[in-house]
Write a protein of this length. Structure first.
Length: 255
């Protein structure tokens, strides 16, 4: 991976409104939660009597935020990585400037992925309060964050692939949503139906969906298949994007 191109992409990502919005969202989520924790402790003279309720609120808000960050935000960050270059007709220039297809793809994909993963990992200090209150064990919390992290990798890879084959960012974003939405719908339907009938949910396709059932069904059979799918599919999507990139330059010139 060529570092000058990666540095260029990091600067571009740092200046995007989405970057400021996601960081502000983290602060907006963390501040009310910590304030609620402090006020509840002050009002009751201790949190022992309300520990379960506070931990439940903390996990609900935190997991909702992480779901958005790991499933919905990555496509917005990666859908325009290659499509924007094609739209601005600068993709061919990058390849002519002694950058290989892998240099271009990885230098764009890795900074975007790091940005998302930092948002996921950055929630750990806030969610750690739930372990203090007894609402979740440290192992369960780390497992949940790992599942969100893997989901971010999977969603970002889908966005990158869609950005490589689409002509414009809007088309890439829609393509990513079209690929993700059925998987989420299947997870919601099958998991809820299986949980209602048998007491244990059906193995999910998107790792983030498994977090909903971790407390009631912590078995690895719930989340392990989705993690394996993500770890196999994500590198394949990146490699496919690398293989398709030179053809996309030629196709853009023909158009």
């Amino acid at each position: 991976m060529e570092y000058p191109l990666a540095e260029r992409e990091l600067r571009r990502l740092a200046q995007r409104p989405m970057t400021f919005a996601t960081r502000a969202a983290l602060a907006l989520v963390a501040t009310p939660i910590l304030s609620f924790f402090f006020l509840a402790d002050t009002a009751s003279g201790g949190v022992a009597a309300q520990a379960d309720e506070i931990a439940g609120v903390l996990l609900f808000v935190g997991y909702a935020y992480l779901f958005v960050v790991s499933v919905l935000v990555p496509p917005f960050l990666t859908a325009g990585l290659i499509a924007n270059e094609k739209h601005e007709r600068t993709l061919g220039t990058l390849l002519i400037a002694d950058f290989s297809a892998s240099d271009v793809i990885l230098s764009k994909f890795v900074p975007a992925l790091i940005q998302v993963e930092l948002l996921v990992v950055g929630s750990l200090p806030v969610l750690a309060f739930a372990t203090i209150l007894g609402g979740i064990t440290p192992i369960e919390l780390l497992l949940a964050v790992m599942l969100f992290s893997v989901s971010a990798l999977f969603a970002a890879s889908l966005g990158l692939f869609a950005s490589t084959v689409a002509r414009q960012t809007g088309g890439a974003l829609m393509g990513t949503i079209v690929l993700l939405a059925p998987m989420l719908a299947i997870d919601m339907g099958l998991a809820n139906a299986a949980f209602a009938s048998a007491g244990s949910p059906f193995p999910v396709l998107v790792p983030a969906m498994a977090v909903v059932y971790l407390t009631d069904s912590p078995s690895a059979s719930l989340w392990l298949p989705s993690v394996l799918i993500a770890f196999i599919t994500s590198p394949l999507l990146v490699l496919t994007s690398i293989a398709l990139l030179p053809r996309q330059v030629y196709a853009a010139r023909v158009r």
